[in-house]
Design a protein around this ligand. Structure first.
Ligand code: GDP
Ligand code: MN
Length: 396
């Protein structure tokens, strides 16, 4: 699960990572109030107005602007709130901006002594350790740095059972070329950032840029955080940060129905119990000459309710020319699944595309009989091969 920059920064602050002072606003009027409040708190006379969307590269798309007066804050927030922001990470259609973060401008004054770095914490799956990736080349496209000057990207591997050690944080601060007060600040930054990553069970914390102010403070000017959804039950406060307006609406509906659904681009919808069987089914659709329109794992309970929710979600996709249901009846018996399919079909009513139901396992024959005698536009199959052939015919 991804969260917004302003939410990520509230987490960072809790862990002792310095961030510029700032607040979120839904309207230009609110943005002005926030700017005035920041002026009182920090004395800042310049502000940064930042679009809050779940995608990076906002600066490039015009979603991050410096305001040099209160009037600027108002007009810039007015421009940004409601805009369709296109960045290298949003795709061509962009994302609608609903909120901005107004922040004190930390780049002013003393441009000569400021510096931007890159730092992220993530899991290195090859070594089974956590890894801090960092570079002196912050503020810009890190993928480009990695491609053109890979020698400027460093890595520090951290054994998760031991945690980050002082010498490791000092090595990072040293490699980044800091000294004096900035060195001490950087060491503290690295340790706190690592602790935030571990403490929230995150998949990734990416800070680009990490910023050194003209008076040698080190802070997170930007923050991109990806959380492990399987660990959210341990973090109710973070789970509440979920913003469904940023997610694919069909995937949100599926997750509310307890279905594991991922939209794809093909023409054969599929509904399967178990992730492994779902993968095999997608391969089989390919073999039959079609392309999977989705991944959908209904899990252990393939009953009428889940099947109906699955049908409705698949049918939203105009590319779908046929639906294949592939269920292995173990604990859930095939006759019950078949009844579920028939009931769901009748509840939805007029389904225009052919449906192939392959039931195998406990009571498979009874299941096939229920499907065949239902009088609906549903075909049964018992073997995978038979199902593949029927998909082929349905697409012809
Ligand atoms: P991103 O484009 O989505 O990665 O958003 P960032 O938060 O990284 O902001 C983009 C760029 O805006 C940064 O690389 C900075 O150069 C600039 N920026 C961010 N905060 C400030 C600030 O406080 N003052 C000034 N002058 N520039 C800032
Ligand atoms: Mn950034």
């Amino acid at each position: 699960m991804n969260i917004h920059e302003y939410q990520a920064k509230s987490i960072l602050k809790e862990y002792g990572v310095k961030v510029p002072a700032g607040y979120v606003a839904d309207t230009p009027e609110e943005a002005v109030e926030v700017a005035k409040k920041l002026n009182k708190e920090t004395g800042t006379k310049f502000w940064v107005v930042k679009a809050q969307i779940h995608a990076g590269g906002r600066g490039k798309g015009g979603g991050v602007k410096v305001a040099k007066s209160i009037e600027d804050v108002k007009s810039l927030s007015n421009d940004i709130i409601g805009m369709q922001l296109i960045t290298p990470q949003t795709g061509a259609e962009g994302k609608k901006v609903l909120k901005v973060m107004v922040q004190e401008d930390v780049y002013y004054p003393g441009e000569s002594e400021i510096k931007e770095y890159y730092m992220s914490v993530l899991l290195n799956r090859a070594t089974g350790k956590n890894m801090i990736m960092y570079s002196t080349e912050g503020g810009m496209d890190i993928e480009e740095v990695a491609e053109k000057t890979p020698e400027l990207i460093f890595q520090e591997e951290i054994d998760p059972s031991v945690g980050i050690q002082g010498f490791q944080a000092r090595r990072v601060a040293f490699n980044l070329g800091t000294s004096g007060k900035a060195f001490k600040e950087m060491v503290k930054f690295v340790v706190s950032l690592y602790n935030a990553y571990v403490g929230t069970d995150s998949e990734m914390f990416e800070i680009n840029p990490v910023f050194k102010t003209s008076d040698d403070q080190v802070m997170a000017v930007d923050a991109k955080v990806s959380l492990d959804e399987s660990a959210l039950y341990r973090h109710k406060d973070i789970a509440a940060m979920r913003d469904v307006t940023e997610e694919d609406p069909t995937e949100v509906e599926a997750s509310a129905a307890g279905l594991n659904y991922v939209k794809l681009d093909g023409n054969v919808g599929c509904m399967v119990n178990g992730a492994g069987l779902a993968m095999a089914t997608m391969d089989m659709i390919k073999l039959s000459g079609g392309d999977p329109a989705n991944f959908l794992d209904v899990g252990g309970g393939a009953n009428a309710t889940t099947v109906e929710a699955g049908f409705r979600i698949i049918l939203k996709d105009p590319n779908v020319k046929a639906i294949l249901i592939n269920v292995f009846g173990g604990i859930v018996r095939c006759d019950r699944v078949a009844n579920g399919v028939v009931e769901a079909y009748k509840n939805i009513g007029d389904i225009k595309i052919p449906i192939i139901v392959r039931l195998q396992g406990t009571n498979a024959e009874e299941g096939a009989k229920i499907i065949d005698e239902s009088g609906l536009k549903v075909t049964s199959a018992i073997t995978l091969k038979e199902a593949a052939e029927k998909v082929k015919i349905a697409l012809a």
